[in-house]
Design a protein around this ligand. Structure first.
Ligand SMILES: Nc1ncnc2c1ncn2[C@@H]1O[C@H](COP(=O)(O)OP(=O)(O)O)[C@@H](O)[C@H]1O
Length: 191
């Protein structure tokens, strides 16, 4: 089973992806985590990505599509995967369709976690406050947060109608409790 989790920063994609990993023995592919690992390793992609991420912008579609394409080919993805943070632009969504078709794969469910903007600010502010500075993500700060939400609205939100038009989109109330959100997702994937 292959899934896409969609939603703005702070929507709870990572939390739900972890639960889905355990429940269905499929792997979470978080492009944010993959990029942070690339930065930590000092790879060429990491060097290109660092300043972009710290400013709240988006890494180029080419780099991201290549990164996901290679990752999906790894053996641990054979049971299925959860895309978290990808696609983030309509161009990425289109490239994903082509890439998966080439590999003979498909997405089974596209699940949007819907959360009001004010709540997102509160959640991320709490995440910042509760994480010691040394462990904090370099893009978890007030200035970058606003930029990340703006980038989501401008560049990522258009993929919601992209999937809705294909009849592939399921929307979940991301403001419900973590357990309720999981239950809603379970109902969708069981259908
Ligand atoms: N698919 C992608 N395309 C372009 N940039 C990405 C992508 N995924 C992650 N990034 C970069 O990594 C940053 C952190 O991503 P992520 O951990 O998913 O954060 P968020 O908490 O905003 O969902 C993004 O702000 C962006 O700079």
């Amino acid at each position: 089973m292959n899934l896409i989790l969609l939603g703005p920063p702070g929507a709870g994609k990572g939390t739900q992806a972890k639960r889905l990993e355990d429940k269905f023995k499929i792997v979470q592919l978080s492009t944010g985590d993959m990029l942070r690992a690339a930065i930590a390793s000092g790879s060429e992609v990491g060097l290109k990505a660092k300043n972009i991420i710290d400013s709240g912008g988006l890494v180029s579609d080419d780099i991201m599509v290549q990164m996901i394409s290679e990752r999906v080919d790894e053996p641990d993805c054979k049971n299925g995967f959860i895309l978290d943070g990808f696609p983030r632009t309509v161009a990425q969504a289109e490239a994903l369709d082509v890439m998966l078709a080439d590999k003979g794969l498909q997405i089974d469910h596209v699940i949007e976690l819907k959360v009001d903007e004010g709540i997102l600010f509160d959640r991320i502010r709490t995440r910042i406050a509760e994480t010691p500075e040394a462990e904090r993500r370099s893009d978890d700060n007030e200035e970058t947060l606003k930029k990340r939400l703006d980038v989501f609205k401008e560049q990522t939100a258009p993929i919601i109608p992209y999937y809705a038009d294909k009849g592939a989109l399921k929307t979940v109330d991301g403001m419900a409790s973590i357990d309720e959100v999981s239950a809603q997702i379970d109902t969708i994937v069981a259908a």
